[in-house]
Ligand binder design. Structure first.
Ligand SMILES: N[C@@H](Cc1c[nH]cn1)C(=O)NCC(=O)O
Length: 475
């Protein structure tokens, strides 16, 4: 009888996977907008005369509000205080707002003639929209992680996190592959910047892919309301079965507990190093394909899109391996080794063949499957559930320093290492190709540091017994 009473909605496989499917739609849309500008870098340069530094500023804006205004940390506290329903609706609403501002800015190249805080207003306003969106998508990310723990703890948690990430990566893949064809298809006569002058000219529509992303985000916002009704039913079934989480409610003193935990710091530092060598790379990957491997701009997104493609299958696979066999810390170290290998080869001024790029991107996809599928399910092994929202938000906050700083650094280094490009643009002469050696060495350095931190994490796990090398499924 007690067994029957203990059953809750999350014990139903269909209900918990259904809930996962719904929240994955919201994240899919969020990941699409996150990377939608990546393949458009060459177009932003040719249509609106953006420099690599301008592009770096825009890309780094993702973390401005999260890092400097602590929005992610507030988001985590709101999540632990107000719950997943309120925070999920709030964050997906913020994503829609940010995307709307970004779309407005990109469709107004007349802003190019002004500057704000020393930045072209066109770049600045697009960056403001992206910064607002960054708050939304990051808070949505931690909300979704907490939702998965709520529904899947003690079951297929790593597999569920892997599946959600796979759907989100589908958004990344589409964001790398689709924007250039979309922009080309919707080509029109519009305002462009030529030799510092605004001219009406036929050209690809950079704003069309952003409009598409905006529509996806609105759909994701609406579908989250369906999840809200499921979450209410889960809470009701938990209350009925007497199984309401007996966890202590979140207290501000918990922040002190989290930040004095060495395991937390190791995973947070590993996170910033690893992700800084992958997500900012994606922002420049299409441009790298054009400049290093000589690919046509219209086809340049194809090779980088293989990166998320591989993760679609591998992240759930590795998540399943972690659930059943364990070895989480080892998986993270192997992922970091692959990062070092791939970026080191990318940095070599030889082997500039497209098939080499294909192989490297596929290996990078394996790393991007191994590390997240082990990293995120490891956090609940180090941090108690009632502090998870805050812990995830602190980890993401630290990660956002990298997601903000590294693209900016790469854009700056690219301009500094290739002064002849800016010169040619200013003189209106043929623009030479960028040499990507220095940026790729920076990415390789991050991989090396990630290996060291991964090893320290494995040693700490041995000492503290977090169970990172143990399976997640309780037999
Ligand atoms: N905090 C996010 C960052 C991000 C960047 N692009 C999309 N999301 C994150 O780390 N998510 C986990 C992941 O592996 O995607």
């Amino acid at each position: 009888m007690t067994e029957a009473l203990r059953l809750t909605l999350r014990d139903s496989k269909a209900a918990r996977w259904g809930a996962l499917g719904i929240i994955s739609i919201t994240m899919f849309a969020g990941y699409f907008l996150t990377d939608v500008m990546s393949p458009l870098k060459p177009m932003l340069e040719s249509e609106f005369a953006w420099s690599s530094t301008n592009y770096g500023i825009f890309t780094s804006a993702y973390g401005w509000l999260n890092v400097f205004f602590g929005m992610l940390i507030f988001g985590g506290i709101i999540l632990d205080k107000m719950g997943v329903r309120f925070t999920g609706i709030m964050s997906s609403g913020i994503m829609v707002l940010g995307a709307g501002i970004k779309y407005w800015a990109i469709t107004n190249p007349t802003l190019v003639t002004d500057t704000t805080f020393g930045i072209h207003t066109h770049v600045f306003m697009a960056a403001v929209g992206f910064a607002i969106f960054g708050v939304g998508v990051e808070i949505a990310g931690i909300t979704v992680s907490k939702i998965i723990v709520k529904w899947f703890k003690g079951n297929e948690m790593a597999l569920a996190m892997g599946m959600q990430m796979a759907v989100a990566r589908l958004g990344t893949m589409l964001a790398i592959a689709a924007p250039v064809p979309l922009a080309t298809y919707f080509s029109s006569v519009h305002t462009q910047v030529v030799n510092g002058e605004l001219v009406e000219k036929m050209g690809p529509s950079v704003s069309a892919p952003i409009a598409f992303a905006f529509v996806l985000l609105v759909i994701g916002f609406i579908t989250f309301f369906i999840y809200v009704s499921m979450d209410k039913k889960l809470d009701a079934s938990l209350a009925e079965s007497n199984g309401t989480d007996s966890e202590e409610p979140f207290k501000f003193s918990d922040i002190g507990r989290i930040v004095t935990n060495k395991g937390f710091w190791l995973i947070a530092v590993l996170c910033v190093l690893f992700y800084s060598s992958v997500f900012p790379f994606i922002k420049y990957a299409s441009d790298l394909m054009v400049n290093k491997y000589g690919l046509d701009q219209n086809l340049a997104g194809i090779i980088p899109s293989l990166l998320p493609l591989g993760t679609l299958f591998l992240t759930p696979l590795f998540g399943g391996v972690y659930d059943k066999k364990g070895k989480g810390a080892t998986m993270m170290i192997i992922g970091a080794v692959l990062i070092l290998l791939v970026h080191s080869v990318f940095s070599l001024p030889i082997l500039n063949y497209w098939f080499v790029a294909v192989v490297l991107v596929i290996i990078l996809g394996i790393a991007l499957s191994l590390v997240p599928s082990a990293m995120w399910p490891s956090v609940p092994k180090i941090i108690p559930e009632n502090q998870l929202g805050t812990a995830f938000s602190l980890i993401f906050w630290i990660q956002n320093w990298g997601l903000m700083g590294i693209p900016l650094l790469i854009g700056y280094v690219l301009d500094q290492s290739n002064p002849e490009v800016a010169l040619a643009k200013a003189n209106g002469t043929a623009v030479p190709l960028y040499d990507y050696t220095n940026p790729m060495l920076i990415f390789a350095g991050l991989g090396l540091l990630a290996i060291i931190v991964g090893m320290l994490l494995k040693m700490e796990d041995k000492k503290k017994g977090y169970g990172l090398e143990l399976p997640n499924i309780q037999k």
